[in-house]
Design a protein around this ligand. Structure first.
Ligand code: PGA
Length: 250
């Protein structure tokens, strides 16, 4: 299994900045180890420019940060999986906690997107994670299982393991500088792996589980050694090619 190192650029970078960062990243990752896979989730408006910047570079894949579960139609402001494919994307994010909390996306809607995007030909990183209140009141497992059940509700049991990844991102660790500790990460990733064993037994050992939340070049190596950690999803520290390349190569 290749580890999946993912950058989430959120609502940062215009198309010139994005393509310049990507070109810089591609140069720094020319000698990408065989066991690493890299994907960059860029803003919609920069995807075509990023795709051109990567033209001859097969080391880095491109992803959209969101999609709507329909081929086309009267969905003002939304974007379809086919449109993302058309801009050079191979991946899409679903269920990021910022979309759940700021835009009000429900577990069920996230599940619809996940299944639709996979059927349309995109690979999906499905994000899950608890708030600090949920963790403090002992609801960690319940919350993760609820998000996983709804998020994976409609996906085919024949799905290839490398086409879907789960990102465990505790809400209290995103953009806060407060990284989850080894015990917290290992505990949550075990919940995800155990869920996968029941839901997708054939693929369960090969589906990648990423950790996200204040990942930096300095803490990546330790995080990557933990049980059931098969990659990272990085926000802030992925915005500079220098820092994200150190994470990828850690
Ligand atoms: P962060 O964001 O690395 O800035 O904490 C992670 C994410 O939101 O995916």
């Amino acid at each position: 299994m290749k580890t999946l190192m993912a950058a989430n650029w959120k609502m940062y970078k215009n198309k010139e900045e994005a393509s310049a960062t990507l070109a810089d990243l591609a140069l720094r990752l020319t000698a990408l180890p065989q066991n690493r896979e890299v994907v960059v989730f860029a803003p919609f408006t920069a995807l075509s420019a990023c795709s051109s910047a990567l033209a001859d570079n097969s080391h880095i894949a491109l992803g959209g940060q969101n999609c709507y579960p329909a081929a086309e139609g009267a969905f003002t402001g939304e974007i379809s999986p086919t449109m993302l494919l058309n801009c050079g994307c191979a991946w899409v994010l679903a269920g990021h906690s910022e979309r759940r909390s700021l835009i009000g996306e429900t577990d069920v809607f996230v599940g619809k997107k996940t299944a639709y995007a996979l059927n349309a030909g995109l690979n999906v990183v499905l994000c899950i994670g608890e708030t600090s209140g949920e963790r403090d009141s002992g609801k960690l497992t319940d919350v993760l299982v609820r998000q996983l059940e709804a998020g994976l509700a409609d996906i085919s049991t024949d799905i290839a393991a490398e086409r879907i990844a789960l990102a465990y991102e505790p809400v209290w660790a995103i953009g806060t500088g407060r990284v989850a500790g080894p015990t917290e990460i290992a505990e949550s990733h075990a919940v995800v792996r155990n869920f996968l064993k029941k839901r997708l037994p054939r693929q369960s050992q090969d589906i990648r589980i990423l950790y996200g939340g204040s990942v930096k070049p300095e803490n990546t190596k330790e995080i990557m050694t933990l049980d059931n950690v098969n990659g990272v999803l990085v926000g802030g520290a992925s915005l500079q090619a220098e820092s994200f390349s150190r994470i990828v190569l850690a």
